[in-house]
Write a protein that binds this ligand. Structure first.
Ligand code: ADP
Ligand code: ADP
Length: 237
């Protein structure tokens, strides 16, 4: 069974104007993500990528169809059960979403504190994560003292803190220059290779997907219009 299974999933938002048509942000998407795989979801702005991410992450309910994550059908779960599913998914974002008033250490500690992890265990885990992302010497810096690439490394460490099975990256390299982007792409590859974490990369940047994803789904107007291995879609002559 796939780790993420979307079956004919749709999400409609109310019309923008009274008497207008509903917005079909996601419109009949069927997609599987296997455990340990890196899936790229590409498409232009407005294609429905972020909406799809929020459906997978149980932040919003689908209008119809089924969303199954780690064997759990999200459409049938209660809020308390949805929270458990959310904890199996780490997220990183375009604007990093770090706490400005907390140090690097404090940012990574946050999800561990929320989960009630003991102080000793927190220390151990945070040190490991800082080493993994190459920021051991930045523990006491604040986000504003870091470069964009370093901020995203903190984002990755924070996302990994709660030991997720899935990492969802929503335009995670879109605010970074090409060289820094490559650094984050390499880091995500290590996250996948060393921890076996399944990664869903949402982006409008084709290059990122070509460099990182095993498989690609192309979205347009809420639909998956093409999908296949990265090799089949991009590399095959
Ligand atoms: P992408 O991430 O590919 O840019 P989105 O999922 O953000 O696409 O948006 C898909 C469509 O759904 C767009 O037309 C957008 O305006 C609309 N949309 C997204 N979120 C909402 C919302 N909360 N309310 C109403 N319309 C929305
Ligand atoms: P805040 O979360 O208020 O911004 P810090 O992030 O600086 O504070 O630290 C939170 C707690 O984590 C500290 O009280 C300290 O016990 C622990 N801590 C912070 N940095 C380190 C470190 N490099 N090594 C070990 N423990 C640390």
């Amino acid at each position: 069974m796939a780790l993420i299974e979307l079956r004919d999933v749709a999400k409609a938002y109310p019309p923008r104007r009274r008497g207008g048509d509903p917005v079909h942000a996601v419109d009949g998407v069927t997609l599987d993500v296997a455990e340990g795989e890196i899936l790229g979801i590409v498409g232009y702005s407005g294609a429905g990528k972020s909406t799809l991410a929020r459906l997978i992450n149980a932040l919003e309910p689908a209008t119809s169809g089924s969303v199954v994550v780690a064997g759990q059908d999200l459409t049938t779960l209660r809020e308390s059960e949805l929270q458990k599913v959310r904890r199996t998914i780490g997220m990183i974002f375009q604007q990093f979403n770090l706490f400005h008033s907390r140090t690097v250490w404090g940012n990574i500690a946050y999800p561990l504190k929320v989960a009630g992890i003991s102080a000793t265990e927190q220390q151990e885990r945070i040190s490991e994560l800082l080493h993994f992302v190459g920021l051991a010497d930045k523990a006491h810096q604040y986000p504003e003292q870091l470069s964009g690439g370093q901020k995203q490394r903190v984002g990755v460490a924070r996302a990994l803190a709660s030991s997720p099975r899935i990492l969802l990256a929503d335009e995670a390299t879109s605010a970074l220059d090409p060289e820094t982007t490559q650094g984050v792409v390499d880091l995500l590859r290590r996250v996948n290779a060393e921890f076996g974490i399944t990664i869903v990369v949402i982006t409008h940047e084709m290059e990122v997907v070509k460099n990182l994803a095993d498989r690609v789904a192309v979205m347009e107007d809420g639909k998956v219009v093409e999908s296949g291995t990265t090799f089949d879609l991009f590399a095959r002559p």
